[in-house]
Design a protein around this ligand. Structure first.
Ligand code: PAF
Length: 275
């Protein structure tokens, strides 16, 4: 597996390929990322992973400085999963001058849910993803469904800009107790790690109620789920039932998804379940 840090070297190496399949990441990899790499393998003529902690998508009070940088361990795992090439640029390579051109996603998709609680987050994500897809000449790019809204925003961006990239979603990988795998799970202490199962359990309860016909009273289900989390000491930002197609309020018969974000101690976790 080749590890490349500069754009010029990346371009030279990729000139021999027609269909890079790319898994963009911020590193500190877990089994969810590696599943995406394995999923990418048959989808291109070279499997590329990018590792870049993107300052643009972090608010000043968020964890940009402390986000774990674990390049050596990440590369070992990527190689074992069959990745052919890692592009791990330094910040000065990706942003040699302030990135004043930015991608502004539409408010109805990007200022709700995550975007409401993390203003500017999707501008940062879209800007870096567009740049990474361009740098890697991606023809297929894979993103985890755990970041459900991110996947939807990126799909729409690629479609509206007519970028020649197929966007593929990967299923959320979970620990045995149901906790969705996330790089931020590493912030949890042992007690919090045990408590963290409540987030996926709460989503399951809402999804079950919806399947049993509870869609008439979505507001009540959302409020009950928020209450469950708050009573157990979490600080929930939202538990929301939305339609899968565009994350707006569902109408009768729409395929739905339940999404949640909540803080446990100092760690903010997100998760979702399609219904
Ligand atoms: O999901 C992530 O890890 C990041 O948001 C992404 C897509 C790599 C962009 O920095």
């Amino acid at each position: 597996m080749k590890i490349i840090h500069t754009l010029s070297e990346l371009r030279e190496h990729l000139s021999a390929y027609r269909h890079p399949a790319v898994v963009p990441t911020m590193g500190n990899l877990h089994a969810g990322h590696l599943a995406l790499v394995r999923q990418a393998k048959p989808l291109g003529d070279i499997t590329v992973s990018t590792i870049f902690v993107n300052r643009l998508q972090f608010a000043p009070h968020e964890d940009f400085d402390t986000y774990p940088r674990t390049l050596d361990a990440d590369c070992a795992q990527l190689e074992a999963a069959g990745c052919d090439l890692v592009f791990a640029p330094k910040e000065a390579e990706m942003y040699p001058q302030p990135q004043t051109f930015k991608v502004q996603p539409p408010s109805e998709l990007a200022d709700i849910l995550e975007g409401h609680f993390r203003p500017g987050f999707f501008i940062g994500v879209c800007t870096v993803v567009m740049k990474l897809l361009s740098c890697t000449q991606a023809r297929t790019a894979l993103f985890g469904k755990k970041d459900y809204q991110q996947l939807m925003v990126i799909r729409n961006m690629v479609k509206q800009f007519a970028m020649p990239v197929d966007i593929v979603g990967g299923e959320t990988q979970r620990a045995e107790d149901g906790l969705a795998l996330s790089s931020r799970n590493g912030y949890l202490n042992a007690t919090e790690r045990q408590q963290a199962v409540l987030l996926s359990a709460t989503l399951k309860t809402v999804a079950q109620a919806l399947r049993e016909g509870g869609s008439a009273d979505i507001a009540r289900l959302e409020a009950q789920a928020m209450q469950t989390l708050s009573s157990a000491g979490w600080k929930p930002d939202y538990v929301a039932v939305r339609r899968q197609a565009d994350l707006q309020a569902p109408r009768a018969g729409d395929p739905m998804v339940v999404l949640a974000a909540a803080r446990l101690g100092a760690t903010r976790l997100i998760d979702n379940l399609e219904v």
